[in-house]
Ligand binder design. Structure first.
Ligand SMILES: NC(=O)C1=CN([C@@H]2O[C@H](COP(=O)(O)OP(=O)(O)OC[C@H]3O[C@@H](n4cnc5c(N)ncnc54)[C@H](O)[C@@H]3O)[C@@H](O)[C@H]2O)C=CC1
Ligand SMILES: O=C(O)CCC(=O)C(=O)O
Length: 528
């Protein structure tokens, strides 16, 4: 099998060795494609690797008829339409750790350059001026650095700033006062941070909530002479408001690595002497570029070869040790979903997936995705996958609930999938038997023991002599061999079931004949 990989932004050649070494990977590097050219070509590729320059829009994604994975060699995925990728079942992976150090070092370099006017002084000297008066700076020691966004880079910047003997106050929705104290910084709200800081540095992603986090009102609340650093994303700071605040003398200076529109050659902020800037260089080091390229390349190879990734963006990831425990249940989850989809009549309205026993203590979201995938696949076909299963269920208005209980009816772990449709509620439960693989152990309220694969026939009947024989005879007359069979009943002479493993699919006419037999209430073919 050959996989076609397109690299459309400059990636470290040393870092893409996992792709180069993988068998059957055909790699095309073309970093000069226009959006139109990319749209024309993308249909040929299984994977697209980008940095921040290529805009992977909905239009591009929709033209990617073979596209299975998009790799972002870096952190920010705001250049990729994640919704469009998820809808089409395309997994997006990034390299979240590889450039943390470089981005933090760049932020500190910008802070120090800003405080000491280094770029302006250098520029003046290059223009043959020995000017020592204009470029008087400020010390950072004992000044307060406000950090908005205390994730990987925000924290690294804070540790380095403390090395410069700065006081650090930080805000992050996931930060608490206790955690901040442990990390040696002060915790505050956004308002506390912007009011207290002499320097403010932002390290959030660009989201709806963080767009123009620093705006006109925020500037008004800041100390006079505050200095601003943005090495995260353009758009977190309102550039017009920043311009006005600098011109008004409220803000003494700004160091910007990122901009609302990139790339550009002219920018009104760069007409101000108080502004220093770099063209999105935060991650541009030999080390960072090599690591991020290695990380995404490994994920692309691993995904195309065996469907696993380390750094998914549009799928929840679980730690490796948890994955190892739940992975053996993936097939069973999909089979239970698929079984139920054949068993239940009508449009699914609500699905309850209950994990009992040992599974109840684990993060089972990937397992639920498999169950939903199985459930939707028989209706929607092969376009359903792990990435879009939950999205498609939401879009179809199916409520999916994940429930956990320690009570597992004697099984080490049990998965029960229950589905409500307009015609009623049906359920199926399964487990893994040590060394023997998956088993369906319950259908509705009947106990069974069935290997969930191949062709099955689920029959509801009255517990009467002759019912089983009539079914066997009819199947034989249709040329259908019975491989295994189980029966169960609620009480003698009451409702009963047959669960029959057969060697081929029973056609509709056969099902109708079965339903017409004496004492047979219902017959459902289940193809797994
Ligand atoms: N200039 C460059 O070349 C580079 C830029 N970046 C950018 O730096 C930023 C930070 O990256 P990482 O630290 O790796 O990400 P991260 O995910 O580790 O940290 C981001 C933090 O922002 C926080 N956050 C989210 N919403 C917030 C809000 N409303 N207010 C305050 N905090 C909020 C999150 O809780 C999280 O802790 C990203 O925008 C990333 O794209 C990253 C690498 C290089
Ligand atoms: O690829 C790059 O150089 C940009 C890195 C970046 O902005 C990120 O990782 O978020």
């Amino acid at each position: 099998m050959t996989f076609n990989i397109l690299i459309s932004d400059p990636l470290s050649e040393d870092g893409i060795f996992p792709l180069r070494e993988a068998e059957g990977f055909n790699i095309v590097v073309d970093t000069a494609l226009t959006p139109e050219q990319l749209g024309e070509k993308i249909g040929e590729f299984d994977a697209l690797l980008v940095r921040s320059q290529t805009q992977v829009t909905r239009e591009i994604i929709e033209k990617g008829s073979n596209l299975k994975i998009i790799g972002r060699a870096g952190v920010g995925v705001d250049n990729i339409d994640l919704t469009a990728a998820t809808e089409r079942g395309i997994i997006v992976v990034n390299a979240p750790d590889g450039n943390t150090n470089s981005a933090a070092e760049h932020s500190i370099a910008m802070l120090m350059s800003l405080a000491r006017n280094i770029p302006q002084a250098f520029h003046s000297l290059k223009n043959k001026k020995w000017d020592r008066k204009t470029f008087i700076g400020v010390e950072v020691k004992n000044k307060t650095l406000g950090v908005l966004g205390f994730g990987r880079i925000g924290q690294e910047v804070a540790f380095r700033a403390k090395g410069q003997r700065m006081n650090v106050i930080a805000y992050d929705p996931f930060l608490t006062a206790e955690k901040a104290e442990k990390l040696g910084v002060q915790f505050g709200s956004v308002e506390d941070v912007i009011k207290a800081a002499d320097f403010i540095t932002v390290h959030t992603p660009l989201l709806k909530e963080t767009r123009h986090l620093i705006n006109k009102e925020a500037f008004e609340k800041m100390k006079d002479g505050v200095q601003i650093i943005n090495c995260a994303r353009g758009g977190i700071i309102d550039e017009d408001a920043l311009y006005d605040a600098i011109v008004a003398g409220k803000v003494a200076g700004a160091a910007l690595d990122v901009f609302e529109e990139e790339p550009f050659v002219e920018h009104k902020l760069l007409t101000l002497p108080q502004v220093i800037a770099t063209p999105h260089l935060g991650a541009s080091t030999v080390e960072a570029q090599e690591i991020v390229a290695i990380d995404v390349s490994y994920d692309v190879v691993s995904f195309l070869q065996n469907g696993t990734v380390k750094n998914p963006v549009n799928l929840s990831s679980v730690p490796k040790d948890v994955l190892a425990k739940i992975e053996p249940f993936f097939n069973l989850g999909e089979q239970l979903g698929s079984f139920l989809s054949d068993l239940a009549e009508g449009v699914p309205e609500e699905v309850n997936i209950t994990y009992s026993g040992e599974l109840a203590n684990l993060d089972t979201r990937p397992l639920s995705r498999n169950a939903i995938k199985g459930l939707l696949k028989s209706k929607l076909g092969e376009s359903v996958n792990d990435v879009n299963a939950k999205f498609l269920a939401d879009r179809l208005g199916i409520t999916v609930n994940e429930l956990k209980t320690s009570k597992s009816k004697g099984f080490t772990s049990l998965i029960t999938v229950e589905m409500r449709t307009a015609t009623g509620t049906r359920k199926v439960a399964g487990t893994l038997l040590n060394g023997l693989g998956g088993r369906i152990v319950r259908v509705d309220d009947f106990i069974v023991d069935v290997i969930p694969s191949g062709y099955l026939l689920f029959i509801r009947h009255k517990d009467q002599p002759g019912a089983i024989g009539r079914v066997g005879t009819l199947l034989a007359s249709e040329g259908i061999n019975i491989a295994a069979m189980q029966v169960g009943r609620s009480e003698i002479g009451g409702d009963a079931i047959m669960m029959i493993s057969i060697d081929k699919h029973v056609e509709k006419s056969g099902i109708e004949q079965l339903k017409g037999l004496e004492d047979i209430f219902d017959a459902t073919p289940i193809d797994l």
